[in-house]
Design a protein around this ligand. Structure first.
Ligand SMILES: NC(=O)C1=CN([C@@H]2O[C@H](COP(=O)(O)OP(=O)(O)OC[C@H]3O[C@@H](n4cnc5c(N)ncnc54)[C@H](O)[C@@H]3O)[C@@H](O)[C@H]2O)C=CC1
Ligand SMILES: O=C(CO)COP(=O)(O)O
Length: 367
């Protein structure tokens, strides 16, 4: 089907690095947006199946991929002429993957992270790993995040996401490339908030899975989701994010999708732990990446550095370590306040950044 959107992207060469469930699905979104897409798969057989049969049976069973989608296990082929390079690999391998692609990158190409984790050894967000590894200018670093369960999108069930870059024009270019009839992409310049929304919702989804595995009902889960978004917002704002981003698709939107979906790997991993499996047994059972498990320690380290309490994430860590029984996880069950605390649905100070930005914007218009 030819649409205005297809025409805008005519001749736009893009590459997707990583052919797991999200890389393959996102490659389909980009094809359906009219881009000329090549996906790079680490394993030759996966690249071959996508290229020849237009299928990726291991990660997207039953999905027919677009005829125009190309696949290769050769980075030089994938990156040739690609102005936009989307990264869909596990967070812990991104640094090495970036070093591998460096020799084939065009100096002007923009790199876009689709990854929702932090690097365990450095506590860096993916955009920081990108800047650190390749010494990229912020205008060449983008992020896309949102309520994006891969299999639902591969089935063309409508949803949206946010494309973020310090430079709004670049964010708009990324969003144009990634806007398909069933996938609407909004823009912002809040890279930190967009990225942290995707990281932190995984930790809350682990908590939801754990209490689900225990057998707790909707009250417990609603309390965790509500307190969870407060924890996510406070942490992100302390790192410079705009609180509005956390109430948008990349924050609350993704939190809802991940906490509700049985397809979520973080939710599933939490459920196994709640049912009594150990962290190691859970890792063995999971065939796919559950970023949350790896992100818990570095996120808590960052929270400690900033003096922030994250009671739900702390409890998830204790359950993962075997220091707390899954049945004891819950924002109220572990509370031992001498004096009852105010609820503070949105934590103190979380809106200060918004007012500061608004003021700066007004000053900018007056100048
Ligand atoms: N699946 C989903 O619904 C979504 C996933 N994401 C994020 O996308 C990222 C990738 O996740 P998925 O595609 O879902 O994972 P997956 O588990 O479906 O696939 C992981 C892919 O990474 C590859 N891989 C493993 N080690 C590698 C290495 N050393 N170098 C390069 N590739 C390697 C695997 O071969 C596989 O193709 C994660 O950060 C995840 O949080 C974001 C949005 C949605
Ligand atoms: O990020 C996702 C949905 O937006 C996918 O979540 P999981 O990694 O838990 O499957």
């Amino acid at each position: 089907m030819v649409t205005g959107r297809n025409l805008r992207n005519r001749g736009r060469r893009v590459a997707v690095i990583g052919a797991g469930s999200w890389g393959t699905t996102f490659a389909k979104v980009l094809c359906d947006a009219g881009c000329d897409v090549t996906v790079w798969a680490r394993r030759r057989e996966v690249a071959h199946e996508i290229q020849v049969a237009k299928r990726n049976t291991q990660y997207l069973a039953g999905i027919n991929l677009p005829k125009s989608l190309k696949a290769t296990d050769d980075l030089s082929v994938a990156l040739r002429g690609a102005g936009l390079v989307f990264l869909a690999v596990p967070s812990q391998t991104l640094r090495q993957n970036l070093l591998d692609i460096e020799p084939y990158l065009d100096r002007r190409s923009v790199l876009v992270s689709l990854v929702k984790g932090v690097e365990k050894t450095t506590t860096m967000r993916m955009s920081q790993v990108m800047a650190d590894t390749l010494d990229l200018d912020p205008t060449r670093i983008g992020v896309i995040s949102g309520p994006n369960i891969a299999l639902e999108i591969a089935k063309e069930q409508p949803t949206g996401g946010v494309a973020s870059c310090a430079d709004l024009t670049v964010a708009q270019e990324i969003a144009t490339a990634a806007s398909a009839p069933y996938f609407r992409t909004y823009v912002n310049t809040d890279v930190v908030g967009t990225e942290l929304g995707g990281v932190l919702k995984n930790l809350i989804a682990l908590a939801i899975g754990i209490v689900d595995g225990v057998g707790y009902g909707e009250n417990t889960k609603a309390a965790i989701i509500t307190r969870g978004i407060a924890e996510m917002t406070q942490f992100s704002v302390a790192h410079g994010a705009d609180p509005a981003t956390l109430s948008g698709l990349a924050g609350l939107g993704d939190l809802i999708a991940t906490c509700q979906s049985p397809l979520s790997r973080n939710n599933t991993a939490g459920r196994l732990i709640g049912q009594g499996y150990t962290q190691e047994e859970t890792r063995e059972q999971m065939q796919q990446v559950a970023e949350g498990i790896t992100s818990v320690p570095p996120v808590l380290e960052l929270a400690r550095e900033l003096g922030i309490r994250m009671p739900i994430v702390e409890q998830v860590q204790m359950v993962l370590d075997g220091r707390m029984a899954p049945k004891d996880l819950g924002p109220h069950l572990a509370t031992e306040d001498d004096v009852p605390q105010p609820e503070q649905a949105i934590p103190d100070g979380a809106h200060e950044g918004t007012w500061r930005r608004l003021l700066n914007r007004l000053k900018g218009t007056q100048a």
